[in-house]
Ligand binder design. Structure first.
Ligand SMILES: Cc1cc2nc3c(=O)[nH]c(=O)nc-3n(C[C@H](O)[C@H](O)[C@H](O)COP(=O)(O)OP(=O)(O)OC[C@H]3O[C@@H](n4cnc5c(N)ncnc54)[C@H](O)[C@@H]3O)c2cc1C
Length: 375
């Protein structure tokens, strides 16, 4: 887990071309964690949009974060996902009422000198009865003692932080808090290997009587339902940055192979211009909702906004799979080579479909909201 720093080129585009594009196969196949690139993105201000100017951010908002993520995702979905992890972590802290935590953590998350993640899959799934909670917190003097284990949290390392949330014993309501990966009782375990996303430093997180001081609590039980309602729409919506980037690249892959194979590929059901048209509609809805969320909706407006987010997150996830599948079919055997982009994009696309909220989670949650659950 060594770090080297880069002198960041002047623009994100040149940084991607010089530092990320040559390493996408290493990220995919050799579990190379692109830490220097991530830190350089931070130095360029690529994480700053979700952080207010008073805490070192640009305050440009969620839409800007999605744009940056999409630009990264055109080359590498793993790295776009880590951009999501970092900006989601910062955004949770930004949206909390904990002023001290904002002062402590946000400036460094915004400039990439501190890297962070989000361990909220289990929290979100348990909160809508898909699985059981894997962590529990017990109230102790000055904070909480946390026990349990999360199987998969990404963008972590010994000097990183992440946000998670779990129920409080004897209370039942949730507490959301920041965990430092170097704190006593906490352990990172490299336990799983994946079919893609190997370079994302996705590790298991073991908590044994980990003391979380009140100063690291983002939402105590009495505020946690409101906090979750505030963070969730943006958390889910922003994941579309990964999909948008990947779909753009898939359309390009289709176009490129069309230069020599149009005589046969023209009979494929999905063509580049059709995918681009569907993407344009999805982008329009994504950025419309991002602007609504940036405009600080009231608590009363959030449930309906979340439903709209779930719909576009589902449509965007489905379009991601469709585009990657089409790119693979258009590219044929050249796309099936071990380091070919098309097969990597196909494996990466499935991540958009399975990361929480997965497509199956989204379909169930939308059915629940429409009163169509079987039980
Ligand atoms: C590459 C990767 C990165 C991820 N990064 C994050 C992250 O940063 N933050 C976060 O909160 N979540 C993360 N997740 C979790 C993700 O969001 C989903 O919650 C997870 O993929 C399970 O979703 P599911 O719909 O398959 O769950 P389900 O359909 O409910 O099934 C999950 C199944 O996997 C089994 N399972 C759980 N852990 C393991 C394990 N270690 N080995 C084998 N089987 C297991 C469970 O028992 C269960 O049967 C990541 C997952 C992956 C694959």
């Amino acid at each position: 887990m060594t770090t080297t720093t880069l002198t960041a080129p002047a623009t994100l585009q040149t940084l991607i071309a010089s530092e990320l594009a040559p390493r996408v196969a290493a990220i995919d196949l050799e579990a190379y964690y692109p830490e220097p690139f991530l830190r350089a993105v931070g130095a360029l201000g690529g994480f700053a949009s979700v952080v207010a100017p008073e805490f070192g951010g640009s305050g440009k908002g969620l839409g800007e974060a999605i744009k940056t993520m999409a630009e990264i995702g055109e080359s590498c979905l793993s790295t776009a996902f880590m951009h999501w992890c970092q900006t989601a972590c910062a955004r949770y802290i930004q949206l909390s009422d904990n002023a001290a935590a904002k002062r402590t953590w946000l400036p460094r998350l915004a400039n990439g000198s501190l890297l962070g993640g989000t361990g909220l899959s289990n929290t979100c799934k348990s909160n809508c009865d898909i699985e059981r909670y894997l962590l529990t917190a017990r109230r102790v003097d000055g904070g909480y003692s946390v026990n349990g284990a999360l199987p998969w949290v990404s963008n972590l390392g010994p000097d990183h932080i992440f946000v998670t949330g779990c129920p409080v014993e004897g209370d039942g309501r949730l507490v959301f808090f920041i965990t430092r990966c170097d704190q006593a009782g906490f352990k990172l375990i490299d336990a799983a290997h994946f079919t893609a996303l190997e370079g994302t430093r996705t590790l298991a997180c073991q908590f044994r009587e980990v003391f979380i001081a009140d100063s690291e609590v983002l939402a105590p039980p009495e505020e946690s339902a409101r906090f979750l309602a505030r963070i969730q729409p943006g958390m889910f919506l922003a994941q579309l940055g990964m999909g948008i980037g990947l779909i753009r690249d898939c359309a390009r892959l289709i176009e490129n192979v069309g230069k020599t194979h149009a005589h046969i590929n023209r009979y494929e059901t999905d063509q580049a211009d059709e995918l681009r048209a569907a993407l344009a509609a999805a982008e329009q809805e994504t950025f419309r909702l991002a602007a609504r969320l940036d405009a600080k909706p009231t608590d009363d407006e959030l449930p309906a906004l979340l439903t709209e987010v779930l719909r576009i997150r589902l449509a965007g996830g489905e379009l991601t799979l469709r585009a990657a599948n089409a790119a693979m079919l258009h590219q044929g055997a050249r796309g099936y080579l071990r380091t070919a982009a098309a097969q990597r994009r196909l494996r990466e696309a499935y991540f958009v479909a399975i990361v929480t909220p997965s497509l199956k989670h989204l379909r169930r949650e939308l059915a629940r909201r429409e009163g169509k659950l079987d039980h």
